[in-house]
Design a protein around this ligand. Structure first.
Ligand code: PLP
Length: 448
């Protein structure tokens, strides 16, 4: 990709990079101003689930906008918000009966943290305030969400502005933090939560937050069966709320409505999801148990929090239409089937010595790169291996979501794949083919 700044007034993420202009999108494809087609192999940043350009959603937008686009949540409710909350409750783990709407994932994460805190205060446990999270995790870029995130590289610049919060070891089987092989695993990474709660003092701990399948930091880290069940038990033992961050994994992305459904675990709060509106509008939610809602209703009476665009009717009606579309086209089931096919096809990438691990659940797959497959030594981050593979694939017309820092916060390279659920087997073959070519070319260049 050309390293020249744009002459326009937009403050871009990478001000030195020259971005193509996206002008049109349909299905799993995005087209730029020159007519070049890109396969959306990552749904942007694991956002687009139902595909681009769905007419039913455009119609829902128009219908709602022609009636009412905005009414402030402190002054009105709306049919769209009521309807969407009902649909989210219907697909959520049992008991998550109240839904609070937000317009960003980081905002939703921080909302859950504050909701947990107010719950503790309003039910008479004001000493409980700490939120424990994990290393090798990502919960967002606002200062509170970043403090919970376990990614050294993303935290480094802003560390002086952030509050220190406790982090436990990740459930990262390929690089077990306890140096164990799968046969010897006793879920030490889950027990690390218990140890940390005891060190911190159970009376001070309000909640534990984790992504059921880690996304941006390490590329689709799937925990072992039993991990989240153990986490649930520990949270219950110490009266700590379990908050799952399903911003990437919901709705349907892992082949179930929410990733915790794979293990039958019911959290106290669920933060979701980019896939709630599949990129058609920015809307997220926190779904919580009635007990949390009741404590706040009967305690302070007001949740001391709020954002201007929460529960705006236009976004709610768009998300509602997306959920209808997913249900009507049985897309969660399709995601599970296509995910299994993608994972099978990705095994071919092991022909490249730099591919250390291929993993995933549903249509959320990760490919981790290593300098040495035997020792699992990561590449020097100065090489920017993940960016090299990502931009080579992009030049060839495949969008992926590359990331780094999974191995130790700074080192480690992976590519995250998360195409829309409508992808076909033939398109998956094409996706894997392009990625294979990109890896081959980059491998040849770095070993020259
Ligand atoms: N939580 C998780 C698991 C995420 O992957 C992300 C974003 O990638 C966020 C939270 C933050 O979401 P947003 O970028 O909408 O603030």
């Amino acid at each position: 990709m050309l390293e020249t700044a744009h002459a326009d007034h937009v403050f871009y993420r990478s001000p030195r990079k020259s971005y193509p202009t996206a002008v049109r999108a349909e299905g799993i494809m995005i087209y730029d101003q020159k007519g070049k087609a890109y396969m959306d192999g990552s749904g942007g940043a694991v956002v687009v689930s139902i595909g681009h350009g769905v007419k039913q959603i455009q119609q829902a937008m128009l219908n709602q906008a022609s009636r009412i686009a905005f009414a402030h949540g402190s002054q009105f409710t709306s049919e769209a918000a009521v309807e969407l909350a009902r649909k989210i409750v219907a697909i959520s783990p049992p008991g998550l009966d109240r839904v609070y709407f937000l317009s960003g994932g980081s905002e939703a994460v921080e909302t859950a943290v504050k909701m947990a805190r107010q719950y503790q205060v309003d039910r008479g446990m004001p000493s409980k305030y700490k939120v424990i999270s994990r290393w090798t995790s990502y919960h967002g870029n606002t200062l509170g969400a970043l403090a919970l995130s376990g990614h050294t590289g993303r935290r480094k610049y802003h560390l002086p502005l952030m509050q220190h919060t406790p982090h436990i070891a990740p459930a990262y089987c390929y690089r077990c933090p306890f140096g164990l092989q799968p046969a010897a695993c006793m879920l030490e990474c889950a027990d690390d939560l218990e140890k940390t709660i005891l060190y911190e003092g159970p009376d001070s701990v309000s909640a534990f937050m984790a992504e059921p399948v880690v996304g941006a930091t390490a590329g689709a880290l799937v925990p072992r069966d039993g991990y989240f069940q153990r986490i649930r038990e520990i949270c219950d033992r110490y009266d700590v709320l379990l908050i799952v961050d399903e911003v990437m994994t919901g709705v349907g992305r892992t082949g179930k409505n929410f990733a915790v459904d794979h293990w039958g675990v019911v959290p106290d709060m669920l933060v979701g999801s980019k896939g709630l509106a599949s990129g058609y509008t920015p809307i997220y939610c926190v779904a919580t148990k009635e007990a949390v809602h009741t404590a706040i209703k009967d305690g302070n009476g007001v949740f001391v929090h709020g954002h201007t665009y929460s529960q705006n009717p236009l976004s709610c009606s768009i998300a509602s239409a997306v959920l209808d579309h997913i249900r009507e086209h049985d897309l969660v089931k399709r995601c599970a089937a296509m995910g299994a096919y993608l994972l099978k096809r990705l095994q071919a990438l092991y022909r490249h010595p730099i591919v250390g691990d291929v993993r995933g659940l549903g249509l959320m797959a990760g490919v981790e790169f290593v300098k040495n497959r035997k020792t699992k030594e990561p590449f020097d981050p100065k090489i920017k291996l993940n960016a090299l593979v990502g931009s080579r694939a992009f030049d060839k017309g495949l969008i992926t979501y590359p990331g780094g820092g999974g191995a130790d916060g700074v080192r480690g390279d992976h590519i995250l794949l998360a195409p829309p659920f409508i992808i076909s087997e033939e398109q998956i073959d094409r996706l894997v083919g392009i990625l294979d070519d990109a890896i081959a070319e980059v491998s040849a260049e770095i070993t020259r």
